[in-house]
Design a protein around this ligand. Structure first.
Ligand SMILES: [Fe+2]
Length: 361
């Protein structure tokens, strides 16, 4: 979240790892620090930041991303920096760390925020890779919206009680956001077809990452990781405490008609960075994958005392139909981070009996 981004990559081909490499993302500032001539287009200073939060492949481009201000930086297949990306001059300002690609429509969706905005922006890029529309959704207190959910019908917004903190900003905090008890926690359903956002109050906690979301007979199901309240973002107040407790996996079932949000803790063991097979993004999924890592829990807080798997270096595969997690432990010294699902062959990753997921493809 803080320093200039470095991208790491492994090229896998024919069952072999051809290379591993790491490269600094060359923003104008990073290139200057490395004593290199910057060749890309010069972005405005506020938008010149070497993306450090997430990496996606999109329409043949590799994009290094960061929320709240900067443009994405485009990289080539060897991880060299091409330059800042404004999607052929169609993006006006801030982008997001965790955009969602809808494999059924070819759209890329993002929810963006920036310091002191009185709204967040829902941005849709069309099949041509250009921003097709931007909708401003009013919010109070300039909250941090790190991630969101996307279903066939809805954009699911997470209005956390982590909000812009003018005092922290005046003190020079790198992340001028803090837990705000006066800011209610809400989940919002913004219709993809347009219309007002419907908000639902929820108990306060820090929503961190979406595993997936989908529509289910008029209800909306969201699987996600979250931290107990009060969560404080790293770097607040010039490097304050990181967090109150480790994240775990939850499910919301939102009933827009009855105005009810049902929360179930799917797995109370510490885990983060949830992913699915991206072919099912926005549609009913059966499996999800998370990381359980010693380093992760050093950062988030103590992990002892939880049931089952203690904080170890492991990947967890969740069968959300049967409710059975499967733990793959990594060798001593190895450390799990965000898993990426790569199907062994087209259509792989669907279990027996998962006909609804097959039908959704
Ligand atoms: Fe993230």
């Amino acid at each position: 979240m803080l320093g200039a981004g470095m991208v790491h990559g492994v090229r896998l081909r024919g069952g072999r790892a051809e290379w591993y490499r790491s490269r600094w993302v060359r923003s104008a500032d990073v290139a200057a620090r490395l004593g290199e001539r910057y060749r890309g287009p010069q972005p405005p200073p506020a938008e010149d930041f070497a993306g450090n939060t997430h990496v996606i492949g999109y329409r043949g481009r590799v994009l290094a991303l960061k929320e709240s201000g900067p443009l994405p930086y485009e990289l080539d297949g060897d991880l060299n920096t091409v330059g800042p990306c404004d999607f052929d001059r169609t993006l006006d300002g801030s982008f997001a760390a965790h955009p969602k690609f809808d494999p059924h429509t070819g759209e890329l969706h993002a929810v963006t925020y920036a310091i002191e905005w009185d709204h967040v922006r829902h941005i849709v890029l069309d099949r041509a890779g250009h921003v097709a529309r931007t909708t401003r959704i009013p919010v109070a207190d300039s909250p941090m919206m790190h991630d969101f959910g996307l279903t066939e019908k809805y954009v699911v917004l997470f209005d956390n009680p982590i909000a812009f903190d003018p005092e922290a900003a005046r003190a020079g905090a790198l992340v001028p956001y803090a837990w705000n008890d006066r800011h209610p926690a809400r989940v919002g359903l913004f219709p993809r077809a347009g219309g007002p956002t419907t908000w639902f109050d929820i108990p306060p906690f820090y929503f961190s990452h979406t595993l997936n979301a989908y529509d289910d007979n008029g209800r909306v199901v969201v699987d996600f990781t979250c931290m107990p309240a009060p969560f404080e973002p790293a770097g607040r107040g010039l490097g304050g405490p990181a967090a109150a407790g480790p994240p775990s996996l939850h499910r919301w079932t939102i009933d827009p008609v009855r105005g009810v949000v049902r929360t179930v803790r799917v797995d109370d063991r510490p885990q983060e960075f949830p992913r699915i097979n991206d072919a099912y993004a926005g549609r009913r999924h059966r499996y999800g994958y998370t990381a359980a890592s010693v380093d992760l829990f050093r950062a988030y807080g103590p992990a002892v005392g939880h049931t089952g798997v203690r904080a170890g270096n492991a990947l967890v595969k969740h069968d959300l139909l049967r409710g059975t997690p499967q733990v793959h432990r990594l060798p001593r010294g190895a450390d799990a981070s965000e898993p990426v699902f790569v199907p062994a062959e087209p259509g792989a990753g669907v279990g027996p009996g998962d006909t609804r997921a097959r039908a959704a493809r």
